[in-house]
Each structure stands twice: as structure tokens, then as C-alpha cells.
Design a protein around this ligand. Sequence first.
Ligand code: IDC
Length: 472
Amino acid sequence: RFGARSTLAVLLVAVFGVGAAAAAARTPVPDSLAAGLTGPDGRTLVAHGFNTASSSKTVADGLPDFTEDDLDAEHADMGTSFVRYLISWRKVEPSPGVYDQDYLDDVAERVRWYDERGYSVMLDMHQDLWGVGITPDGQVGNGAPVWATYMDGLPVEPQPQWELYYLQPGVIRAFDNFWNTTGEHPELMDHYAGAWRAVAERFADTDAVVAYDLMNEPYGGSVQGVAFESGPLTELYQRSVDAIREVDQDSWACLEPQALGFNWGLPSALGHVDDPREGDPRIAFCPHIYPLPMDLGDGFSGTSRDLVEGTVASWRDNVLRTSHELGDVPVILGEFGLDTTLPGALDYVDLMYDTAGELGFGVTYWSRDPGGWGPYEADGTPRNLIGAVDRAYPVAVAGTARSWSWEDGVFTLVTEPDASASAPTELYLPDSIGDDVHVEGAEILEWDAASRILQLEAPAGESEITVVVSAG
Ligand code: IDC
């Protein structure tokens, strides 16, 4: 334990140094976030759902251990309407330049399950520790195909904690070859962009697929921090967006910062990515948060609670800064989560959803897999997380959703209504509010106590409205 702790702490200091933090401190923090992602009908979509699922990472078919019944259960229990669905480069492009349409059919079948229940989908090109090829058993890393794994004979030794494999020489070299830091593999980033083109071509006409998360938790290998994010990472994103736009004009491209550091509350130096589509750009910023004390196994109590609250505060400022730097782009928190048996865990879950509501962005919790972090046990028994995720939230807003809160059974939403929207604002209200609801600030168009969806009509001619919903 102590070994892992000190290694990570040393890394934190070595990689980022005081310079990056000082630079961020000089940059003003914008006081509000850009409007959220718009869906196919022009309404603002608020992501509320799960990452589905880690179980797909290393299995042969690349599919999550997840059924339509599982989806029905989460919908009934938490009113989710969005998913960050994990896909992998190894499955999309099993050999160079060959795109596996059977795999994309399997993904499309799952997308259909979501679509039939009114969900929106973000496809996440997941990777951890480069790929399945970093160890002979194929069970440690995930993401990249074996054919794209060039470790140049460098070792990968067993580690006590998965994140520590990022420091293994073989893993670092695999990334260095991908980013072409070595000068030996200029082809790999283009393959990656080509894989995205194949995915986007398959889903361009599927309205439910609204976003592509271009790379899960990018890692720079031997090039870290500012040099990595403003250099090869920005370049990869630009090539991927250009490739996607050859076939798909409408879906959002979500950019993640370097995970190491940003997830602990440090700033990002990601560069601007140009969107060649006609009309407004559809680029979003989709960071994660995993405060360092929690990486090391702590919950949300005592000293850890203070440190985590500090992390969330600086993370929040850095999200605002980066969103602004990228061109006032919308934000989705693509991952946060923890072992909810730890002390104070559900308070942390509340803190993250409250923070998201204050700034007006959606969240996908890590993850939908059963067990200590998830909403269910392996046998389907509901876990304590469900009560924390089952919150009132705006599913879709006719106009701009500025902020919302869910506290003591009262839901408050501030929006800039758009009278020309083709569909009304829809709120999800959990069972705990009861079957009769009282609304101030807008008219009820329809309230369906069974589906828990409340449709609202905004008063005409207002530039900003506040809607308050409580038990009737
Ligand atoms: C974790 C899984 C764990 C698996 C590990 C490596 O929960 O079972 O062994 O990945 O594949 C992330 C990653 C996400 C991680 C998650 C939790 O994006 O893939 O899942 N996490 O550790 N970044 C920070 C935390």
C-alpha cells in the first residue's frame, strides 16, 4: 500500500510541477458554463446514466454482460436516459484497415435497446493501459488491437494496483509508438482516426447516438502534461474529428483531457480542435474525476473528505477554464464513481451530482457493472447507490439548461427557454416526490406518474425562467 501511495504522489509532483498549477491560478475562471449538448430535436440533452460496462473490456466478443432486462431495471429504478457505452479499437479494427461490421452490428443491437426506451447514447472508445496485448493473458489492459501494440521488447511486470501498469516500460513504449514520439509509427494515429470514421459511418443515421468520446483517459507515455495535451493529443483529436466529419455531420465529438492529473484537480492544456461541419461546432469536453485520496482507497470522511472537497473545487474551476479555452463547449462528466461501501461514499455521490447541477452538465457514473461500485449486486439485488442516482433531473430542455438542484424533495431548474423548440421540456421525478406534483414557474403539459416524466410549457416571452417542482 505505502509503495503505491508514494509512487503516485511522486508522479503527481514530477509530472506536473508547480508551473502548471501556477499558470492555472493566473487564468480567470469563467463564472458559468456553455449551454449543453443538443440532441436531434434541438433540445438540450442532460446525460443521466451509467458507463456500460467494464465487463466488455477484455472479453472476446467485446460486449458487456448486460441484457435488455438489466436496462429495464435501471430505467425503472433510476430514470436513466443516457449511456456512455464502451466500444474498443481492437474490435472495430481487428486487423489493419479491416473494420468488423459484425461487431458494429452487435453494438447497433445494444444501441437499439437504448433507442427503443428513449435513451441517448455516447460511444466511448475505451482504453486502459493501452490494450489487451500488454500482457500474455490479455486481461490487464484493454482498448488497442494487438497488431498496434509495439512494446519493443520492454517489460510489463505484475503490479498491485491497475493504474500502476501505466508506469511499466512496455506500456509507456506502446503509447510512445502510438503518438509517434519514437518516430517509428506514423501510421497508428491515422488508423485510430480511420476506426472512428468506420464507427461514425455505421451510426451517422442513428439519431440515438448523439456523441463520440474520442479516447478514454488519454495517456502520453514518456511525453506528459502540457507537451502531450497541446501536441499529439490535440493532433489525434483533430484527425479523428476530420475523419468523423467525412461521414457524420451531426454527432458531438467529446474530448477528454490527459487523465493523469486532471482527474485529481489539475489543469488541462488541451488545444483547440476545429470542427469542419457546417454551422456551429459540435465539440464537447468530457473529463473524469477520481480524487487522489480515493484512488488510494479512502472514502469521503475525515481528512480524505477535506482533500476530496478541495479536489472537486479545483476540478470544477479547471472544467470551466478548459470548456472556455476549447471555445465555450458543453461538458459531460464521463466518469466518476467509488466503492459505495466506504464511509461517506453517498455524500460524495451527492456532491458530484450537485456540482453538475450547479453548472448545468450531465453525468455518467462509473459503472453499470455489478458489485461494490455499482447499482446492483451480481444477483441483481439493488445496492445503496440507487438512492443517490435516483434524483430529479431535466431529461431534455427546450432551450438552455443553466442549472438545477434537487434538495429535500424540491427540484429547482433555471433555463433560458426557446419558444421555437419542437418538443417540450421534460423532467424526470423520482418516486420519492409522490404521484401528485406541484409546479411553479411553468405550466404542466403532462405528468405521467408511471413513467415519472413531467412535460412543461414555459411562459411566453421570458428570457430566463425558474421552475420549482415539489410534492403536490
Ligand atoms: C476499472 C475497472 C476495473 C479494471 C480497470 C482496468 O473498474 O475492474 O480492472 O478499470 O481496466 C478509470 C477508467 C476505468 C476504470 C475506472 C475505475 O477509465 O476503465 O475501471 N477508472 O478504476 N479511470 C479512473 C478510474
